[in-house]
Design a protein around this ligand. Structure first.
Ligand code: AKG
Length: 251
């Protein structure tokens, strides 16, 4: 009989994404919630503006994204480098470099869809050996914006992207068409479930259209040791993006 992790590996390789139910047990979830509410949320004003995004800068309730929890909070670094990192190594089949631990929310009444994109477009890696894990912190379904994947898209190379107006997801697949839409797989999740996708897997999420339900998640990014980052191009892109966000008074 095959183990749950062999299913995960098969799905990840074949489809470009995989799901794992109850990655966190209730005790781990409650410790994580405690860390978020007692350590992270009260200290957001101490983080660099380019690491904390709000839908509306005047409203603390509209928090939509935090970048690099692992760099700002030791508890999150220790946690990311443990079980998630081991799983990333297993799925990519090589040592990995932890790059970013992000917090996402789609706040009811104040949120935007996530445009279809490939994380690899942002990562600028050669070869594009990397993955993202997405851990649901709330129950997530089609009403509040679950992730949708285009299966097999990780085997089709990088698609052309163009600038979007979505803070936190500045680039989207330009020619996302009917064939993509009809093959999409929506991935509802319970709090504590984990989704994993390859850096080239196209994915998107609708708006949270529920009037009261939050849609919080954590995203873990790992690069394979064999992937080389085009650091110059990336730094230039990052500088340009931050300048644009400041000019638009979004950060
Ligand atoms: O939470 C979302 O809507 C998008 C997350 C995502 O695209 C990612 O982690 O790669």
């Amino acid at each position: 009989m095959s183990s749950p992790s062999s299913h995960l590996l098969r799905d990840f390789r074949e489809h470009g994404f995989a799901t794992m139910q109850s990655f966190l047990d209730p005790a781990e979830r409650s410790e994580l919630e405690k860390q978020l509410s007692e350590q992270v949320l009260p200290s957001l004003h101490e983080l660099p503006a380019e690491h904390v995004f709000y839908e509306d800068r005047q409203s603390r309730e509209s928090l939509k994204q935090i970048q690099h929890l692992e760099a700002h909070y030791k508890w999150f670094a220790d946690w990311m480098y443990d079980r998630p990192q081991k799983l990333a190594e297993f799925l990519l089949g090589e040592d990995v470099v932890p790059k970013n631990l992000q917090y996402f929310n789609k706040v009811p009444g104040m949120n935007q869809p996530t445009p279809p994109h490939q994380d690899g477009y942002y990562f600028m890696l050669q070869p594009p050996v990397a993955l993202t894990m997405w851990l649901a912190l709330d129950e997530v379904d089609e009403t509040n914006g679950c992730l949708c994947y285009v299966p097999g898209s990780h085997r089709q190379g990088l698609r052309r992207h163009a600038r979007t107006r979505t803070l936190g997801f500045s680039q989207g697949v330009m020619d996302y068409g009917e064939a993509d839409k009809t093959s999409e797989i929506a991935c509802p999740a319970q709090a504590g479930d984990l989704l994993v996708h390859h850096a080239l897997t196209i994915h998107r999420a609708a708006k949270n259209s529920h009037p009261t339900r939050q849609r919080r998640a954590l995203g873990f990014i790992f690069y394979g040791q064999s992937a080389r980052e085009d650091r110059q191009r990336k730094a230039a892109y990052q500088r340009q993006l931050e300048q644009r966000l400041r000019d638009q008074r979004l950060i």
